[in-house]
Design a protein around this ligand. Structure first.
Ligand code: CTP
Length: 442
C-alpha cells in the first residue's frame, strides 16, 4: 500500500507551471476585488480561502475562493447586493455570472480557472450569520494544522473520492466536500490511516468530538463548530461506496483508485430504462434538485403500484433548465392482465357492490382459495411509457408543486438512452452499471 500511496502522491502534486498559473490568476483576481471593496464601508476585508489558500487543491478540480467580509451589522439585502456588485465589477473583463448557494455569489473564469467571489460576515467564532462565515476560520485552522505530508494526503483522499464519483457536497453529488476530506486527514493524520479507520467504521461512528446527537450513517464533526456535522449531506449510498472502496483498497491497493476511469457502460437492457425529460424555469440548485428527486420518488411509487417493478430511480438537472427523471425497470412491459382481489364471500354487501362494479371489466371471476372474490381484468396500458405519459398528462402524478407548472409546458416520456446527451448518460451509467468498486475486490 505504501508504494502505491507514494506513487499517487507524486502524480497528484501540482506541477510548478500549474502553481505559477494559479498564483498569477489568484493575484489578479484578489487585487481586482480589493480595488472594488474600497468603495464600501460595509466591507471590512477580503481574503482568499478554500483549497487554494490551504494548498490542498487538485489540478482538475480547483476554484479560487475569494471571501468578501462584511460588518455583521450589514442587513442581508445589502450584503447580497453589494457583494454582487463587487463581484461583477471586479470580474467585468471575464464574463461574470451569478451562482447560488445559501446566498448568490459571483463566478468568473480566467483562462481555465474559476474564481468565486463569496460574501460572508466578519463574526466571532460561533456567532455565524451565514454559512460562509465559518470559512475564514476553516482556512486559518487548516493552514496552521496541516503538515506538508497531510496536504499531499488530502489531495490523495480527494482524488480517491473523485474517482469513485463521490467528491462534492453539492446536492447533485451528495458526496464528500473538500473540507470534509481535510478534516478526515487532519483527524487520522494520514490517508492510510483514514482508509484503515473507514474499513472498520461502525454505524453512526463519530469522527471528532461533539455533544450533539446526529443520525447520519457517518458523522464528521467540523473542528471549528462542534455542532456541525460535515457528513449531514452525504447520501447513505455514497458513504457505502466510500467504505467499500476503502476495504477494496486495503485488500488490493492499485493506482486505478486515483484515476478517472469512468466510461459510459450499461449492463442491462437499455429498453428497460424509462426516461422522462422536461424543461424548467431557473431556480436555485437546491430547489430544483430537491423537486426532481421527489418527483422521481413519487413516480416510482406510482409505477410500482401499477405493477412495474422499479429497481432503481434517479434524477438529473443541468444549468440550462433541462431535467430528466429515470427509472430502471425489471421490464418495461408487464402482463396485459391483472388480478384484483375483492372482499370475502361472507361480507354480503361488499361482495355485491364489488361484483356490480367489476363484472363489466372482468374477464374471469371466481372465489379465490382464501374465500375472496377475485377477478381478472385487462390493463389500459401494459407498457410503462404509455402508462406514465397518460398519468402525467392527466395531472395524476402528484408532482411537487413547482414542477407541476413546468410539466404543463411539456415533457417527454421514452424508453432507452439513444436520445440522451453525454452528461445525462454519465449519470444514468451510475444507475445501470455495476460500480467499479465491486470489481476492485478481485
Ligand atoms: N465549505 C464548507 N462545507 C461545505 C463546502 C464548503 O464548510 N460543504 C467551506 C469550506 O470552508 C471550504 C470553502 O467553503 O474551504 C470552499 O469550498 P469549496 O470551494 O466547495 O471547496 P474547497 O474546499 O476549496 O475544495 P476544492 O476546490 O479543492 O474542491
Amino acid at each position: 500500500m505504501k508504494k502505491i500511496i507514494q506513487d499517487a502522491r507524486e502524480l497528484l502534486t501540482p506541477s510548478e507551471d500549474m502553481r505559477y498559473e494559479k498564483n498569477r490568476v489568484a493575484e489578479i483576481s484578489l487585487n481586482r476585488v480589493k480595488e472594488e471593496v474600497e468603495k464600501y464601508e460595509e466591507i471590512v476585508g477580503v481574503e482568499i480561502g478554500g483549497s487554494y489558500a490551504k494548498d490542498t487543491w487538485l489540478e482538475t478540480e480547483m476554484d479560487i475562493d475569494i471571501f468578501v467580509k462584511f460588518k455583521d451589522t450589514t442587513p442581508k439585502e445589502e450584503f447580497v447586493n453589494i457583494s454582487q456588485k463587487v463581484g461583477f465589477d471586479a470580474m467585468k473583463e471575464y464574463q461574470p455570472y451569478t451562482r447560488y448557494s445559501e446566498h448568490p455569489y459571483v463566478e468568473a473564469k480566467i483562462n481555465q480557472t474559476k474564481i468565486n467571489i463569496v460574501p460572508c460576515y466578519n463574526v466571532n467564532l460561533g456567532e455565524w450569520k451565514s454559512s460562509a462565515d465559518r470559512s475564514p476560520y476553516h482556512t486559518k485552522n487548516m493552514v496552521e494544522s496541516l503538515t506538508t505530508e497531510m496536504k499531499k494526503d488530502v489531495r490523495l483522499l480527494k482524488k480517491f473520492l473523485q474517482s469513485a464519483g463521490i467528491y462534492g457536497a453539492e446536492i447533485a453529488k451528495q458526496g464528500f466536500s473538500g473540507y470534509a476530506s481535510e478534516v478526515l486527514v487532519l483527524n487520522f493524520k494520514s490517508f492510510e490511516n483514514v482508509v484503515n479507520a473507514m474499513t472498520d467504521l461502525k454505524k453512526n461512528d463519530i469522527v471528532g468530538e461533539t455533544d450533539e446527537e446526529f443520525h447520519t450513517p457517518i458523522v464528521i464533526i467540523d473542528p471549528i463548530d462542534s455542532k456541525r456535522n460535515l457528513a449531514a449531506a452525504i447520501s447513505k449510498e455514497n458513504v457505502g461506496k466510500f467504505i467499500l472502496r476503502c476495504r477494496a483498497f486495503q485488500k488490493n491497493p492499485k493506482i486505478q483508485f486515483f484515476e478517472q476511469n469512468k466510461q459510459f457502460k450499461v449492463d442491462v437492457d437499455p429498453q428497460n430504462i424509462l426516461v422522462v425529460s422536461f424543461k424548467f424555469k431557473t431556480r436555485s440548485p437546491e430547489t430544483i434538485w430537491g423537486q426532481s428527486k421527489k418527483a422521481s420518488a413519487s413516480l416510482r411509487t406510482k409505477l410500482n403500484l401499477e405493477g412495474y417493478n422499479v429497481l432503481r430511480n434517479g434524477a438529473f438537472v443541468n444549468e440550462n433548465g433541462e431535467g430528466w427523471l429515470f427509472f430502471l425497470l425489471e421490464s418495461i412491459r408487464i402482463s396485459s392482465m391483472y388480478v384484483r382481489v375483492g372482499p370475502e364471500f361472507f361480507s354480503r354487501n361488499y361482495v355485491e357492490s364489488f361484483i356490480e362494479k367489476n363484472s363489466q371489466k372482468s374477464k374471469l371471476m371466481w372465489v379465490g382459495s382464501g374465500g375472496k372474490i377475485t377477478t381478472l381484468e385487462s390493463r389500459k396500458f401494459n407498457d410503462a411509457v404509455s402508462f406514465l405519459d397518460e398519468l402525467l398528462k392527466n395531472g395524476q402524478a402528484k408532482l411537487p408543486k413547482g414542477l407541476e407548472e413546468d410539466f404543463k409546458d411539456g415533457f417527454e416520456v421514452f424508453a432507452g438512452i439513444d436520445e440522451l446527451n453525454e452528461s445525462v448518460k454519465d449519470t444514468i451509467s451510475d444507475l445501470v452499471s455495476t460500480d467499479d468498486t465491486f470489481l476492485y475486490f478481485n
